[in-house]
Design a protein around this ligand. Structure first.
Ligand code: NDP
Length: 480
């Protein structure tokens, strides 16, 4: 049995209350870990450690913080195999996916922000002979970070790396469903000599630990990634306290396929944007809109490819889809498929739970599912499903496709497939989403702002925006 301990003031320890939660392995449905069940008392202790560590962490300067974060990144990279297997065991995703994408991107987050802080300048404004203004940016103090289960270490480091680089100390909570890689990270922080209290990692449930971080009066900035309903609860608590708040929330992302696209390339990438990580990426495209002349060809090829995907043991190299993250989540996705049928949707493939053999027989596996015949106003196309489920719908005109794409409360990401250069820009401008990928998907330059519009979030992270988020801006005006 693995033991997932808190990391507070540089040491690994159980929750103060002594309680434990059960950690499940999605591939087998079995309990494999016990997880510290922390509460508000642990949050208070972690905040005190972070406050104590703050002056010295700042005094280290940019170079010192850079060096410390780079040492942590090197150790995660050294143990990439271990991290990838842990993430797969926690989350159900194929090991090869964690190995190729999640863990290397987590390392890149640490290195990117460690380096970015070295190059981060501030502005000066000279008012002729009257005055000199310069902008000073100081770390806000103790930052809070709360992250979800779908890309556990990647999203965890996406929050803590800019906060630490900017000079904040941090109290962070990974999802209780997937805590293992954050625990392994804590061990590497100790090995790297990160000063005690600079990063504190608390495990436990959202309503206990997450809510206590959100409500803590001495955590002035909070970076959250998760569902829109949770984000709304967090905003309701944080707003009257005037906390800085970054919310990266859910999505219902459209994929617009125009008839002039490079069909084979589009098809390869759209398979990934639909089913990668069992469809549990906030950026997955779940509503595929196809220009009518291409519709039949697309449907035939897409369904054939979806049927050929291998759902299986996450440990195997040739597995395309592993298990979904929990039994509750599997039931939620199956409930959405049942709803789609009630709404008049035709299931073209999939729609069922997959039962594997042997030790995997109780694992939480789902078939990749393709549905057609639903308009964009139905619940299936309005609500985030967050599983291996996509809908197909034809369109006749570009404006119609854009209107359908924009017709949800979400605005996280969109994908456009076309070879027409003018259309690329026209459609990208008209789409209401924080990121528009044209002829690609999930290509990320960490210098660019990232985040959603509408109910997909507020605040843009990425690049200097993330460093800015964790600092207070001050103007100093000197009379000349
Ligand atoms: P949740 O909102 O359920 O949880 C996210 C985090 O918040 C978890 O650590 C959770 O803890 C914690 N939490 C739960 N309740 C509270 C609370 N009352 N106060 C404070 N914290 C709380 O999301 P999921 O983990 O289910 O993640 C999936 C969601 O995340 C999807 O909607 C997805 O779209 C979104 N997401 C958005 C991304 C983006 O960049 N916009 C990227 C990735 C995912 P615990 O798990 O322990 O309960």
């Amino acid at each position: 049995m693995e033991r997932i301990l808190n990391y507070v003031n540089g040491t690994l320890r159980p929750a103060l209350g002594g309680g434990w939660l059960a950690g499940h392995e999605p591939a087998t449905g079995q309990v494999f870990a016990e997880i510290a069940d922390s509460d508000a008392a642990d949050v208070e202790q972690a905040v005190q450690a972070a406050e104590h560590a703050f002056p010295a962490w700042n005094a280290l300067g940019r170079q010192g913080r850079h060096d410390a974060l780079m040492r942590v990144a090197d150790l995660v990279e050294r143990d990439l195999d271990l991290f990838a297997r842990a993430e797969s065991r926690d989350n159900g995703k194929p090991v090869h996916l964690a190995h190729e994408v999640d863990i290397p991107r987590a390392v890149a987050n640490l290195r990117f922000f460690a380096t970015a802080i070295l190059h981060w300048g501030s502005e000066a404004h000279l008012m002729d002979e009257v005055a000199l203004n310069y902008t000073e940016r100081q770390p806000v103090g103790v930052a809070g970070a709360i992250s979800p289960w779908n890309l556990p270490l990647y999203l965890f480091t996406w929050k803590i790396a800019p906060a630490l680089a900017a000079g904040c100390t941090v109290v962070a909570k990974p999802s209780e469903v997937t805590p293992w890689t954050a625990f392994l990270l804590a061990e590497r922080c100790i090995e790297a000599g990160l000063p005690p209290g600079v990063l504190n990692i608390l495990h436990g449930t959202g309503p206990k630990v997450g809510a206590a971080i959100t409500a803590h009066p001495r955590i002035p900035a909070l970076s959250f990634t998760g569902g829109t309903a949770t984000g709304a609860r967090i905003a309701a608590t944080a707003a009257p306290m005037f906390k800085k708040l970054s919310l990266e929330l859910g999505g219902k992302n459209p994929v617009l396929v125009f008839a002039d696209c490079d069909f084979e390339h589009m098809l390869n990438v759209t398979m990934r944007s639909s089913f990668r990580n069992q469809g549990q990426i906030c950026l997955c495209g779940s509503r595929i809109l196809i220009e009518r002349p291409l519709y039949e060809r697309f449907r035939e090829a897409f369904v054939a490819r979806a049927k050929a995907l291998r759902v299986g043991d996450p440990a195997l190299e040739d597995t395309d889809l592993g298990a979904v993250v929990s039994e509750a989540h599997m039931e939620k996705v199956l409930g959405h498929i049942a709803l789609a049928k009630q709404e008049g949707g035709r299931v073209l493939c999939g729609g069922e739970r997959v039962r594997l053999d042997g030790r995997l027989r109780d694992g939480w596996y789902l078939q990749p599912t393709v549905i057609e015949g639903l308009d964009q106003q139905c619940r299936t196309n309005q609500e985030e499903i967050f599983g291996p489920v996509v809908t197909l719908q034809p369109f006749d005109r570009e404006e119609e496709a854009v209107a359908q794409a924009n017709a949800t409360p979400y605005g996280l990401a969109s994908v456009v497939w076309t070879r027409d250069g003018q259309r690329m820009h026209r459609v990208a401008r008209a789409l209401k989403s924080g990121i528009v990928w044209v002829n690609c998907w999930m290509v990320r330059d960490l210098r660019t702002p990232f985040g959603g519009m509408k109910q997909s979030g507020v605040g843009r992270e990425g690049g200097v925006e993330a460093l800015r988020f964790f600092t207070e801006t001050k103007n100093v005006c000197i009379r000349l």
